[in-house]
Design a protein around this ligand. Structure first.
Ligand code: UN1
Length: 496
């Protein structure tokens, strides 16, 4: 497969112009080297943007349903290669095979959804205020889109962005996270094999400032980014200055509220999945549990028992429930936050250390960790850790739960466990977040529903669902006057 470890520009697999490479390793078995990938520079970015600009001329003019047919073929091929891609994705970034299959499935769902939307890229027809005049809007593709994505959903998240962009007639330069270059290459190979024309999607791999030159490239019109709030804010500044359309999907500190009338067994299942699924490395991970004092001790006891039984290991082994964290730097950040939590006076209920034992010593494994006695002002209650660490906060009323839930900079996902319908409906309105689940964990977004967050999580846009098609199109307003004379709006039709 080594011929895949190249960039893909204008329909050709090619090395970075500077010839530099970087190495990708398996986070569960560090001695397993996945390969070397091109460390691209400005020249490669230039080539990719030029190819995308050229391809835009023809791709944007094709009938949208024809573009949809190619997206459908991409969905078919992803279905055929689902297990193969998932296996390599697990090897590359660590989450268990059942999760990486879900990741590819999310891309398949998005491909079919976007394909069907190509027959529905509606505009509006609207009555004119003048006689013999017809008003309507149509959607126009925008141009070249830079797609910059994170490591935790190597296939699902970039395709959330790319498939709607392509359906609308845009072309793409894709810069994946440098932690998942192999998954990105396998994905782009699917595009090639499905017959996507040269230049419509270009892949540029690399570390460092290459992403910045892509964002700053004058011929890039749209930027869609998933990653940290720190990087996203800088991208937002550049795009503001250069008048680019930008969608930012950034951090989270997602709460699950458990009220005294909640189903505790159901809540335990959801919290464990939300906090420790993907080893806590999701923007939507459950990182705070806000629990009513009446059920606090019982729920914490159940969580500690369940967390302690989770089977850690290499994700391509059958019984693995939780994989490693991404790399040494991720491991060190998690470890740092555990020390901070202890210093702040939180109580370690379980975990808190490097996990060791058979099958774990050659990887970045961290024990599922639960802190109790966390107060809202502690750093472990406010800052995104992006690892398997759950902070438990005790509250004594619904009002306090909402106040604590909203006491953060972020606003992506949230959840409440309650069997009281009025409490559930109040929470849907009161929690400051882009997503609220009732009696379910904070993770589990579906491809055809809008996804995104408030406050420092985003900049008002949504991915997924129908709303993303607004992001990737420019509205053109059209007036057709068939009266045969000059008619002046606001003047001719209003009596003095
Ligand atoms: C992310 O964490 O960046 O709802 C995306 C979920 C997934 C997507 C998460 N379907 O957790």
């Amino acid at each position: 497969m080594s011929d895949l470890f190249k960039n893909y520009i204008d329909g050709l697999w090619q090395h970075a112009a500077g010839g530099e490479t970087f190495t990708d390793i398996n986070p569960a078995i560090n001695s397993d080297e996945i390969g070397k990938f091109p460390n691209s520079g400005v020249e490669d970015v230039d080539d990719a943007v030029r190819a995308a600009r050229k391809a835009f001329q023809t791709w944007s003019r094709r009938p949208a349903p024809e573009r949809g047919d190619i997206l459908k073929r991409i969905g078919d091929l992803l279905t055929e290669r689902k297990s193969e891609i998932a296996f390599q994705m697990t090897r590359e970034m660590g989450k268990p095979f059942f999760e990486t299959k879900g990741d590819v499935q999310e891309a398949i769902d998005t491909a079919y959804y976007a394909a069907s939307e190509t027959r529905r890229l509606f505009g509006h027809t609207v009555p004119s205020e003048l006689p013999s005049k017809f008003n309507m809007t149509i959607r126009r593709p925008i141009g070249v889109c830079a797609i910059i994505s994170a490591f935790n959903f190597p296939v699902a998240v970039p395709t959330w962005k790319m498939f709607p962009a392509l359906a609308c007639g845009n072309t793409v330069v894709f810069k994946p996270s440098s932690s998942v270059p192999y998954s990105a290459a396998l994905l782009v190979k699917v595009f090639e094999d499905a017959g996507l024309p040269a230049g419509v999607v270009n892949l540029v791999q690399g570390r460092g400032s290459m992403g910045q030159s892509l964002v700053e490239h004058p011929d890039v019109n749209v930027v869609s980014f998933t990653g940290s709030t720190e990087v996203g804010s800088k991208i937002g500044e550049v795009c503001g200055r250069m008048h680019k359309r930008v969608s930012l999907e950034m951090g989270g500190k997602n709460p699950v509220i458990v009220m005294a009338d909640g189903d505790l067994e159901l809540a335990v299942e959801g919290i464990i999945w939300g906090a420790f699924g993907t080893t806590g490395q999701r923007c939507t991970a459950t990182s705070r549990l806000i629990v009513h004092e009446d059920v606090h001790d019982e729920l914490v006891g159940m969580l500690v028992t369940t967390a302690g039984k989770l089977k850690l290991g290499y994700g391509n082994e059958d019984d693995t429930q939780v994989g490693p964290v991404l790399n040494k730097s991720a491991f060190d950040t998690i470890d740092k936050y555990v020390q901070i939590g202890k210093q702040e006076g939180a109580k370690l209920a379980t975990g808190g250390n490097r996990a060791s034992g058979p099958g774990l010593d050659d990887g970045f494994f961290f024990e599922p960790t639960i802190f109790t006695d966390v107060t809202p002002d502690m750093r472990i209650a406010k800052e995104e850790i992006f690892g398997p660490v759950l902070s438990v906060l005790k509250i004594s009323s619904y009002e306090e739960a909402i106040e604590v839930a909203n006491n953060i900079d972020y606003g992506l996902s949230s959840s409440i466990y309650t069997n009281d319908v009025a409490t559930a409906f109040r929470a849907m309105h009161d929690i400051e977040a882009g997503i609220t689940y009732v009696n379910g964990p904070t993770i589990g977004a579906e491809a055809h529903m809008p996804f995104g967050g408030m406050k420092a999580t985003g900049n008002g846009h949504r991915e997924g669902g129908w709303e993303v098609f607004d992001f990737y199109t420019e509205t053109k307003t059209i007036y057709i006057d068939y009266s045969g004379k000059l008619q002046k709006a606001q003047i001719d039709n209003v009596a003095d």
